[in-house]
Design a protein around this ligand. Structure first.
Ligand code: NAP
Length: 248
């Protein structure tokens, strides 16, 4: 079913991992996709992969989402390239894990500026077009850590909790235009981000997951594709955990 035929989506952090799977899933449903990542080679590789399956569906863009001026320029370029944007997925995110005792202001700023301020810049760049869209969608990739907190992740937890508050406020502001805003809270998903954790930490996390397995990027992209589509028109302001039962 091509439920997203005629829709245009912007996905950040789409060069690897969860964002790449999201861009692919939206294109598989018929959407045109602006593939945004920090590294040009990564966004190009994702876009090339999509275009090989769905000719002309994707275009690559490279920038740092924390850079407000660059994001404003991206907004102009993407709108010129595609005409309009209906769906925005804020997925770009980083970690700088360390205990608060050792956390520098730089560790704090990099994480907050990417994960939270980046989403603010992106919404500012595309909100007018999304508000004009019939059934526009904003989907923010938060984390269960934004709900639970995590030792060694005060910066990351604050950024993701902030993203959840941001999502609920957008949901309220945009509801009058039938635009929905939702957050997804992934649990532990196997990507480069979690690949760097040592095996002891992974084993300790695994013990806490009722479904007894780590998630895959496609577990998250399937939820994004659903929330982006017409069946989710009556869902807004929600935080949907996709976490094997970690938070319940
Ligand atoms: P990942 O494998 O590290 O990939 C992160 C992606 O974000 C990359 O494409 C990277 O770009 C991009 N990115 C990072 N900083 C950026 C910036 N300043 N500007 C533009 N793009 C930037 O991460 P992931 O595991 O797929 O995570 C994706 C999202 O899910 C993140 O928001 C993360 O917090 C969230 N999440 C992940 C998990 C998990 O278990 N993996 C759990 C909960 C939430 P380049 O590749 O171009 O450098």
């Amino acid at each position: 079913m091509n439920l997203l035929e005629g829709r245009v989506a912007v996905v950040t952090g789409a060069g690897r991992g969860i964002g790449k799977a999201i861009a692919e899933a939206l294109a598989a449903q018929g959407a045109k996709v602006a593939v945004v990542s920090r590294t040009e080679a990564n966004s190009k590789a994702t876009a090339d992969g999509i275009n090989a399956l769905h000719a002309g569906a994707a275009r690559p863009y490279a920038l740092d989402v924390a850079d407000g001026e660059a994001v404003a320029e991206l907004g102009k370029t993407v709108l010129a390239d595609f005409g309009a944007v209906d769906i925005l997925v804020n997925n770009a995110g980083v970690t700088r894990d360390t205990l608060l005792l050792r956390m520098s202001q730089e560790d704090w700023d990099v994480v907050l500026n990417t994960n939270l301020r980046g989403a603010f810049h992106m919404v500012k760049a595309f909100q007018r077009s999304i508000l004009k869209s019939k059934g526009g969608r904003i989907i923010n990739i938060a984390s269960v850590v934004g709900l639970m907190g995590a030792a060694g992740q005060a910066n990351y937890a604050a950024s993701k909790a902030g993203l959840i508050g941001f999502t609920k406020s957008l949901a309220r502001e945009f509801a009058g235009r039938a635009v929905t805003a939702n957050a997804i809270a992934p649990g532990f998903i196997s990507t480069d981000m979690t690949g760097v954790l040592d095996d002891k930490i992974k084993a300790a996390i695994l013990e806490k997951i009722p479904l007894g397995d780590f998630g895959q990027s496609q577990d998250i992209s399937a939820m994004v594709a659903f929330l982006a589509g017409p069946q989710a028109r009556y869902i807004t302001g929600q935080v949907i955990a996709v976490d094997g039962g970690l938070v319940m």
